[in-house]
Design a protein around this ligand. Structure first.
Ligand code: NAD
Ligand code: GLY
Length: 364
């Protein structure tokens, strides 16, 4: 049954697109056909998600030239090599520039399929059908696509906006608990970086969201998409404020790359990274110890890590952080907190606070 739909628009002029949010959207043939009008459809999914959710897409679009590739599951598959079987399938099927790529899966599939769409015959349309909480609140929106390199996270990619995002909340019912919690890291990120009211709301409704209360999840996805859509509309290519969406990510990406992709989930690494950003902000005197504890407390209540891996030392952290895409003129730019709900991107900080954070010399 379809009810209680929400619509958020990403306003980018003639590249504007809708984010449809609601339960049962994958059963809505009219919506699927309207969002995917091409005669040639290439669905990219993985071995976990395709058996669960590919059938309704195929049923709705059965009169088209329809191809699907199911990749192996996992962050380690978000690499250049995984693109080849999809390109091969598209070429074998004679897909032209007027085809559409559909990303059916979490952020790994979304980033990968988006990059495939950005590069196949120099760029074709694509639609995001996110199936994890993380993908619904973050990765399916905003047009960042790409793959990892062993030396750095998301190092190869392109900006390429989707034509639509279809977030069917019903699919979250099959999402493993650990993945739901990992998605909550990005949810908390939005509250910490720019929405104090949302932070208050989360502190009250966290348990309901983790218990998958439909209203709580619908509100979370809608609110996060509204925040992200506004930031992307103002700064699509990350010339300025979009970098705020990287709160926790400079530390977190270093954790993911250093551990080997897939060991720590992306959301888990970001959670620890946000705690490090909060500790460093407090060490700088930019937030109070109470505010630091409030941020870390919410992340801890979600069941997410609040500390980086014990064996990841300062020099390894610095090695990976030096490759961060936000860096300019050799300066390490970090997203830090000037208050709860007030993040800044800056290279102007006392380096001693960073050293202390990496050495775990600051308080929990
Ligand atoms: P993921 O794509 O690996 O999905 C997590 C796991 O859940 C996988 O095992 C997947 O097969 C499974 N799964 C997905 N949907 C399911 C469902 N409905 N039921 C059961 N199982 C399901 O991970 P993720 O957390 O969705 O995404 C992480 C990726 O997103 C990272 O690579 C990260 O860099 C990227 N990301 C990108 C952006 C962006 O702006 N492009 C933003 C944030 C994160
Ligand atoms: N997830 C960061 C961004 O979309 O900019």
């Amino acid at each position: 049954m379809t009810h209680d739909r929400r619509l958020v628009e990403v306003a980018l002029g003639n590249r504007s697109y809708p984010i449809h949010i609601g339960r049962g959207l994958l059963q809505d043939t009219d919506l699927l056909r309207e969002s995917m009008p091409a005669r040639q459809i290439m669905v990219v999914s993985n071995e976990t998600v395709a058996p669960l959710y590919l059938a309704p897409l195929k049923a709705a679009l059965g009169d088209r030239r329809f191809a699907a590739v199911s990749l192996p599951d996992g962050e380690q598959e978000k690499c250049l090599e995984s693109m080849l079987p999809v390109f091969d399938e598209m070429l074998v099927n004679g897909f032209g520039r007027d085809c559409q790529v559909i990303a059916l899966g979490g952020g790994v599939i979304g980033d990968l399929a988006g990059f495939i769409a950005a590069t196949y015959q120099r760029g074709v349309d694509f639609v995001q059908v996110p199936t994890t909480l993380l993908a619904m609140v973050d990765s399916s929106v905003g047009g960042k696509t790409g793959v990892n390199h062993p030396r750095g996270k998301n190092m190869i990619g392109a900006f390429h906006q989707p034509g639509a995002v279809i977030a069917d909340l019903a699919v979250l019912e099959t999402l493993p608990d650990r993945e739901l919690r990992a998605g909550m890291a990005e949810v908390i990120k939005y509250a910490l970086l720019g929405d104090r009211d949302f932070l208050d709301w989360l502190e009250t409704h966290l348990d309901a969201a983790l218990a998958r209360d439909p209203d709580a999840l619908a509100f979370i996805v809608e609110r996060c998409c509204q925040i992200k859509a506004a930031i992307v509309a103002a700064d699509e290519r990350e010339a300025g404020q979009r970098a705020l969406l990287n709160l926790g990510h400079t530390f977190g990406h270093a954790i993911e790359a250093a551990r080997g992709y897939g060991d720590w989930l992306h959301g888990e690494a970001i959670a620890a990274g946000m705690c490090m950003a909060a500790r460093m902000s407090a060490a700088l005197g930019w937030i109070s110890p109470d505010e630091r504890d409030r941020a870390i407390g919410l992340i801890g209540r979600t069941g997410l890590p609040t500390q980086p891996p014990a064996d990841l030392g300062p020099s390894r952290f610095r090695e990976f952080m030096a490759r961060d895409k936000k860096n300019r003129d050799g300066g390490l730019r970090l997203v830090l907190l000037r208050g709860l709900g007030n993040a800044v991107v800056t290279a102007e900080y006392d380096g001693g606070a960073l050293t202390a954070t990496l050495e775990r010399g600051v308080n929990d």
